[in-house]
Write a protein that binds this ligand. Structure first.
Ligand code: GLU
Length: 457
């Protein structure tokens, strides 16, 4: 059977690096198992879901290098969920409840004061037909709960009922169904909560591996019970730890913090995001992979730790710098053209500056320095100015070869007696306006003799 995974966000905001972790775990699992990746939008909450957010999520996934084999929207599959509801009703495992949220809240408080677990007590199962008729005539509409199989013969007497699975990430897992409330599957307005559409889709779409955040571990107990009630074999589940900030705060789609969009706008490379999103909180070192196939070879769900994956966004810049320093010209070429960097000099230019930039767009400033001169001409002491005049007079005639910088500075040294920093720093400042930057031996040929002389202070 083809391994089939899905990434199932609600399109209610832009995805962040923590969501990307889930998407990438699924994608890399599919890569390593020659499987299929389904992009599924859990958009049954029509008030909060939008097509714009769904499109933005697809855009962000493409940017990361994820290209789904199929894209599905739950809002277009309601008939399928309705049919599943009929089957559950016929099997008498879906029952109507009429409590208001306030009534449920009160009951929970009462249970707590009596030392009982704050789960739903299945009071709706004891309603008489007259009580139901009264609720209905009062205009109340039922919501529908799934009867968890946690009892022998009397649902009002739940017993410890363990659901087990061997988690791809966490190993043996157990959930006791008696510790949970019967989940509401259908709201009183007839709309679906997450559980039923997700389970029905996992069955219908042939999902073999459900890989998601560990905030869903408890749901898995319920979902296995529901899968079985629908006559299906449960898929294999894997729950990865969630990304948190260094201080332990979770990420939220709502705040927009660390969204893929904002990282892209900050000039972070997709592979810096992907490498950190996948490797942090695992036993692998966080290093910059150059593409998702390389990252897949470092990916093993079982190597993921069980505790939260704390990460420092500054690590993204470190990875980004590494990617820049190693990026071949062929990979940078088209993006440089977009930034206005093209022509014969583009390749030697890139090779000269890539080791000194944090993000690709930083190359623009260097390109300008090389074509137009220092952005802000440096100020020199009288002594340095004198030194520079002497130095520029010694600039070798063209044609230049690869040793022009060495030849030139050799002559300057001889003539002025300066060496080391007092020799190089005034030259660097005069040529680039900056105290740091790429090797001048690489930059000088790019400026040419005329360009170099034009920088004489
Ligand atoms: N829409 C759910 C979420 O974003 C999907 C969970 C799942 O993968 O089953 O949490």
């Amino acid at each position: 059977m083809t391994a089939t995974v899905r990434f199932a966000p609600s399109p209610t905001g832009r995805i962040h690096i923590g969501n990307a972790r889930t998407a990438l775990f699924n994608w890399l699992f599919a890569v390593n198992n020659k499987g299929r990746f389904i992009q599924r939008f859990d958009d049954t909450d029509i008030a909060r879901s939008t097509q714009e957010f769904a499109d933005s999520i697809l855009y962000d996934l493409h940017w990361l290098g994820i290209f789904p084999d199929a894209t599905e929207y739950q809002s277009r599959r309601i008939d399928i969920y309705d049919a599943a509801v009929e089957r559950l009703k016929a099997a008498r495992v879906l029952y109507a409840c009429y409590e208001t949220p306030e009534e449920l809240d009160l009951r929970r408080k009462v249970r707590r004061t009596r030392g009982l677990p704050p789960v739903y007590g299945r009071e709706a199962l004891t309603l008489t037909p007259e009580q139901v008729a009264e609720y209905e005539s009062d205009g109340r509409r039922p919501h529908w709960r799934f009867l968890l199989p946690n009892f022998t013969s009397d649902p009002l007497q739940p017993e410890r009922t363990e659901v087990h699975w061997n988690d791809l990430v966490r190993g043996e897992e157990t959930v006791d169904l008696a510790s949970l409330s019967d989940p509401v599957l259908v709201r009183e307005d007839g709309t679906y909560l997450y559980t039923l559409p997700s389970v029905v889709d996992d069955i219908e779409m042939g999902v073999t591996h459900v890989i998601r955040g560990d905030d869903h571990v408890t749901n898995t107990g319920v979902q296995i019970a529901l899968l079985q009630a629908l006559g299906a074999e449960p898929p294999i589940f894997g729950h990865h730890n969630l990304l948190t900030t260094v201080s332990g705060e979770g990420l939220s789609k709502r705040t927009g913090a660390l969204s893929i969009e904002s990282l892209r706008e900050d000039g972070i490379e997709p592979m810096a995001v992907a490498s950190l999103a996948v490797l942090v909180g695992t036993s692998e070192n966080v290093t910059a992979a150059h593409d998702l196939n390389e990252l897949a070879s470092h990916f093993d769900p079982a190597a993921t730790s069980k505790s939260a994956a704390k990460f420092d966004p500054d690590e993204l810049f470190v990875l980004n710098r590494t990617l820049m320093h190693q990026m071949p010209f062929e990979e940078a070429r088209d993006r440089l053209i977009v930034l206005g960097i093209s022509g014969d000099k583009a390749e030697p230019f890139w090779l000269a500056v890539r080791g000194n930039i944090d993000r690709l767009s930083d190359a623009v400033a260097w390109w300008r320095i090389l074509s137009d001169g220092p952005q802000e001409p440096a100020e020199f002491s009288g002594e340095d100015r004198e030194f520079l005049h002497q130095a520029f007079d010694l600039l070798p005639e063209e044609p230049w070869n690869g040793t022009v910088w060495k030849d030139w500075t050799g002559k300057i040294k001889e003539a002025t007696g300066r060496k080391g920093k007092p020799l190089f720093m005034p030259l660097r400042l005069a040529l680039t306006g900056r105290t740091w930057g790429p090797e001048l031996s690489d930059l000088l040929p790019l400026m040419g003799r005329e360009g170099t002389l034009a920088r004489r202070p």
